[in-house]
Design a protein around this ligand. Sequence first.
Ligand code: MN
Length: 333
Amino acid sequence: MVEIIGAPFDLCGAAVGSRLGPAAVRMLGLVSALHELDVEVCADSDALDMLHESPTDYSTKVRHAVEAYRAVSDAVVASLERGNLPLVLGGDHSLSIGSISGALRHYGTENLAVLWIDAHMDLNTMATSPSGNVHGMPVAALTRLSSGDRPTSRPTGSSWSLAARQSGWDAWQTILDEVVPEGGVRHDRTGWVGLRDVDSGEVGNYQKLQSTTAWTMHQIDDRGIAGVIDEIDAWLVRTGATRLWISFDVDSLDPLHAPGTGTAVYGGLTYREGHFLAERLHSLLNDPSRPYKLAGLDVVEVNPMTDEAGETAKIAKEWVCSLFGKRIMGALP
Ligand SMILES: [Mn+2]
């Protein structure tokens, strides 16, 4: 049974507002839409309280963030122990540090693969991030990349203060020591799809990882979404993973369809490419001949504050429905 876990937290995104994402997606009838697909939803609650204010001090933000990751991780572990399938509604993408850590705690590093559906790699560390926004770093945390030595000076040209850099570094250590389990997500079981905005620090970090796999928009253009999905399936079989966590950032979709998100980039998945990906993943995840099953998923970065008439929340809800078996055109005889 699906267990919805709201994570109304956004202090690590580009702008505040995605803390309202879970409310918007729920308000559009996610639970009843899943019921219509004969998917049982057994619980729908939040893992943490929504802050009513937005602290601007960096050390306060990361302190709240680490608490949010712990709370989401615990909620995911509790859900998996009950035999449920957690659906985590964000919030900014840094929350996946919590959700996927929870899945790692339950399933173990040997069993879990992660598919990161996103315009961005989210692979910066505190050492390479241009912004300090942790929503650009979750994959680096989950694959346990180091942020280097604790900074003692402010690099030239950086907009971060030294105090902020140090509190970021301290938070990173806490995340690696106390949130992400030993082993983390195995590098060869980390895959991205939909990439089109990767910065130079991330390219350097990507080169440090071994055997990770990325399908950029260029490859989707080249091989078609169906061809890329076949490659994702072959990759998952090759990894030997028995469980897949899907982390869906709504900015993977083109901003024509999903304008209400923190870091929109043109040239994303079209409406049909996005749904086709979800529909095919549904078929694969429910195919008894496939060795992997769904562990859980994140749906993140829906920001109702910058959305256009709820379009982004709507497509996020529809995407989840496609992943759980909906066919947009219905089933023809
Ligand atoms: Mn992301």
